[in-house]
Design a protein. Structure first.
Length: 177
């Protein structure tokens, strides 16, 4: 027989269970909720840690003939007709615990090219010997190093660089996984 106090306890317990069920960060099936950094998951990519303490950058005005912007062994190669209007491109190596490069065009970070461009990230500053055994790749990341896309790439162990193609600009980082 339900008394008023039994009914109230049952209702409170049901409300508490529903509230807790709606607060989780992990979706059914173990899929990570949007915005959670992949680099912190045990099954996700691992970002290459090779700290740099100072930020460096360089800029160049590139037009329809194409061009190259390089800093610290990293480079953006723009082929002819990938840019139709002369545009200022900046390659920045931020102070970071990772091998990261931010590439911007004009006043904004995101830019759509007419043709794919090439991005090369250098890990020459890294000293870990096990890097030679790892298959490194480039990841497209946001400002908080949350991986948005695996860009793949060619890992040149002799040059200690990873190169990939893209048709847009943003932040890029080297990792494995």
């Amino acid at each position: 027989m339900f008394t008023a106090s039994t009914w109230l306890r049952s209702a409170a317990l049901s409300a508490a269970v529903l509230a807790v069920a709606g607060c989780g960060d992990v979706q059914p099936g173990g899929i990570t909720a949007p915005g959670q950094a992949l680099a912190t998951q045990s099954t996700g990519p691992t970002l290459l840690e090779c700290p740099v303490e100072t930020t460096t950058s360089t800029s160049s005005l590139i037009g329809p003939l194409g061009g190259v912007v390089s800093v610290g062994g990293h480079q953006l190669v723009i082929p002819p007709l990938a840019v139709l209007v002369p545009t200022q491109f900046t390659v920045t190596v931020p102070a970071s615990p990772y091998v990261r490069v931010d590439i911007t065009a004009g006043n904004g970070q995101h830019y759509q090219f007419e043709k794919p461009v090439s991005i090369t990230l250098s890990y020459a500053r890294c000293t870990r010997s096990n890097i030679e055994k790892e298959n490194l790749r480039i990841f497209y990341v946001d400002d908080a190093n949350v991986i948005l896309q695996d860009m793949g790439g060619t890992d040149d162990k002799n040059a200690r660089t990873v190169t990939t193609g893209t048709d847009h600009l943003s932040g890029y980082i080297i990792g494995q996984g």
